[in-house]
Design a protein around this ligand. Structure first.
Ligand code: PGA
Length: 256
């Protein structure tokens, strides 16, 4: 058993899907389905334009709203960007940082991940930091090397105390949106490796308390197997978080 009990987190990443109207319909259908589910924390990350609608719809529920990205400066001449204090004002409690799609398509690096992380922490937002290896790296046997350098790149500047609110998401790039989920054993192995990185950097207690979510083609049909692994503390769900019934079934993985 882990030294510190870790409360599971089921998070949905809507990516560039859903208008404000879609968001309102989603919450109207979703909230009643999960009203009795108190075994885990629930997070939903809508696009920026739907944040206000989501915060409004989720008010009074246990669902926390997260943003999918932020800029590292608190304000400035950065056209098209959004700052952490703006997200806080909009009602966000958390923010995704370093999602592989941002690393792949928008030039996000370990250095910008570290800068964004510092900005999120300074504003009191809970960071959900994503790491994960590409298919090529896994096939070349470089998974550990990639995870080690992403972990070090993101967290090198932090103290154990600053590290403590962070959620880590292990998302192998080859499993995202591909329907190819990592087996629970393979995901658990990567989580163990990441927890060991946390232990060597921040100590045993911080590592035992760290919650690591798995992401990559999580569906109602595979969530229970993943959550059965002691190392897996939750899930970051893309495609299957868009439908209220499917995301509710994932939240209620214990009943599956
Ligand atoms: P997916 O996406 O569940 O659609 O594979 C996961 C993610 O990108 O967070």
């Amino acid at each position: 058993m882990p030294a510190t009990p870790r409360r599971p987190v089921i998070a949905g990443n809507w990516k560039m899907f859903k208008t404000q109207a879609d968001t309102r319909s989603f919450f109207a259908a979703f909230l009643p389905l999960v009203a009795a589910a108190d075994h885990c924390e629930i997070v939903i990350a809508p696009p920026f334009t739907a944040l206000a609608a989501a915060v409004d719809a989720a008010r009074g529920s246990r669902v926390a709203i997260a943003a999918q990205n932020l800029h590292w400066e608190p304000q400035g001449a950065f056209t098209g960007e959004i700052a952490a204090p703006m997200l806080v004002e909009a009602g966000c409690r958390a923010v995704l940082i370093g999602h592989s799609e941002r690393r792949q398509f928008f030039g996000e690096t370990d250095a910008t991940v570290a800068q964004k992380l510092a900005a999120a922490l300074a504003a009191g937002l809970q960071p959900i930091v994503c790491v994960g290896e590409s298919l090529e790296a896994r096939e070349q046997g470089r998974t550990d090397e990639i995870l080690r350098s992403q972990f070090a790149g993101a967290f090198a500047a932090l103290t154990a105390r600053e590290f403590s609110p962070i959620l880590l998401a292990y998302e192998p790039v080859w499993a995202i949106g591909t329907g190819r989920t990592a087996t629970p054993q393979l995901a658990a192995e990567a989580h163990r490796f990441l927890r060991a990185q946390a232990e060597s950097r921040f100590g045993r207690e911080a590592a035992a308390a760290l919650r690591i979510l798995y992401g990559g083609s999580v569906k109602p049909g595979n969530i229970s197997g993943l959550m059965a692994e002691e190392e897996i503390d939750g899930a970051l769900v893309g495609g299957a978080s868009l439908d209220p019934a499917s995301f509710a079934a994932i939240v209620k993985y214990r009943e599956g």
